[in-house]
Design a protein around this ligand. Sequence first.
Ligand code: NA7
Length: 535
Amino acid sequence: MTTDPEIHDLIIIGAGFAGLYTTIHAVREGFKVIGLDAASDVGGTWYWNRYPGARCDVESIDYSFSFDEDLQREWRWMERHATQPEILRYLNHVADRFDVRRHYRFNENLTAATWDENSHLWEVTTDSHTTHRGRWLVMATGSLSKPVLPDIPGLDTFAGETYLTAAWPKVAPDFRGKRVGLIGTGSSGIQTLPHLAQDAADVVVYQRTANYSVPAFNRLLDDDEWRAAQDNYAHRRQVSWDSLAGSPWTSHPKPYHDASPEEREAVFEEFWTQGGVLFAKAFARLTADPEINRAATAFFEKKLGQIVHDPQTRSDLTPDDHPLGAKRICTDSGYYECFNLDHVHLVNLKKDPLVSVVPEGIITQTGLRMHDCLVFATGFDALTGALTAPDVRGRGGLLLRDWWKEKVTTYLGVSIPGFPNLLTLNGPGSPSVLSNMALTSEQQGRFALDLIHFCADRGFTSAEARMDSANDWTAEGLAIAESTLFGAARSWYTGANVDGKPRGFLPYIGGFRPYIDKCHQAAQSGYSGFVLSNM
Ligand code: NA7
């Protein structure tokens, strides 16, 4: 075991959007910082999710840092929805520009973190058997960074190649002429299918639950469009900061119930062609009012009917167990069209359940399908997974994994009772995945640094959420979620996609701007929702 002799002000875990923002600013503001990341370089989620077709569902012009005007002006996005390689290039550019890498140690995966009550320091250990000590532990570990591999009997007996979309190899696999089985039809599976179908001889899509997917209507950004966007950037950013989801898009101004049938159809069409997740914004309360939701669903089904030719396949692809938008709408480029191809087949696991994996392929109730490769796009232990995987021990040796066994509670998504000086960025209880992660990362990093300054200036050596503030915050978030249709889906928002995970509503669904206002109020009250103490 090697012990780093330095006592750092901040140990920042993760080199994605939130980690980079926080590191850049903490260093600028005079703190001694060490960053750690399991990857070999910066990028966070965009480092790992290199599967073909990976693309952001937020427009590129919005999905970027706003804190530096020059950075904003010099980076030229090429497409409306940036691909994974383009976003990774951007984050590398940010790292170069602000000389961030020298503060990071890469290939160091956090295995344990322990709060020392005597010294008010965190001691952090990584899988390279190195220990680091710091006053604050900032977990910028991402909301969707702990992949879930399904527990399918015989999985390890498969004789062919196996891939996980969330840990895709840097050297792209060659699927040409191969028989591929794709398991999982969330955003990752839906984005990658057209690319698999392009190369492979045969693709079988194993679908457990049909999802709503809306075409991205992606396009190259030409110079005129880019210049116009640049000219309007300041306004666009301000609207985004003041919005519910961190982007400039708002719902149609006329309430659904005041609109005529023709107007409703026109609005649905307009938002359909905006692409992807924006369809759920067509009318205000689309994800809260069952009548509006049913109308949107009917519109979706009409569109699906225009794309998929075979009635049985169409029926199998039609979601039947959750309201539209209650799971994140997938944003695709040619997904449904693939099912018109002779070499792409859909297996509806609800009718033909998966039995086991065998060396030759996959057995479902109706028999064996032979595969050379399996691609798992089976999702993530969302929001909590990266925080509970290492042994994080707070006051009195309390293990975070145990503390959250029954119920996940945080205050503002940032602090957890019993875990002093542990700050979670984009953690459970923050808007994170329900907003534009580029802006939420800035907001979260800023909130964390302001709290750290506040404590440093006043001689407080520890800060942790009060139990009552965490309970109230968690209850408030759940109450807002229950006033919507979001709870009606078995989704990773609720923890339902991971066996044994407590149910709740993990991201804060009250909106980005209202959340920012609550953070401001918390700061203005002198952080009264926290227990502040000194040694
Ligand atoms: P998702 O959206 O959680 O999708 C995972 C998919 O994998 C989903 O279709 C699951 O079906 C399926 N799954 C999981 N386990 C199994 C088993 N055992 N058998 C068959 N199918 C299974 O993850 P993604 O990576 O696609 O997207 C996550 C987010 O990343 C996305 O929302 C964007 O914000 C970016 P289920 O629905 O559970 O029946």
